[in-house]
Design a binder for this molecule. Sequence first.
Ligand SMILES: [Zn+2]
Length: 67
Amino acid sequence: MNLVLVCGSGTTGCHGRIEGNRAWAESLGYLVRRGVAGPGEVPVWVAGVGWRRLTADGGVEPCPPPS
Ligand SMILES: [Zn+2]
């Protein structure tokens, strides 16, 4: 299991920004459409770090940008 922790609620902070800008959030891997892909296959943009994939054991690893 793995997850990305963000601040705020559904209407405030980073969580609010994600919920209010879903296309933007999907483009950066912060939202994953149900049924599109396993979350572990979706690159996530980490500010100041780059594209990362969340591993099943709770880690992160570098990965190419989404295609
Ligand atoms: Zn935040």
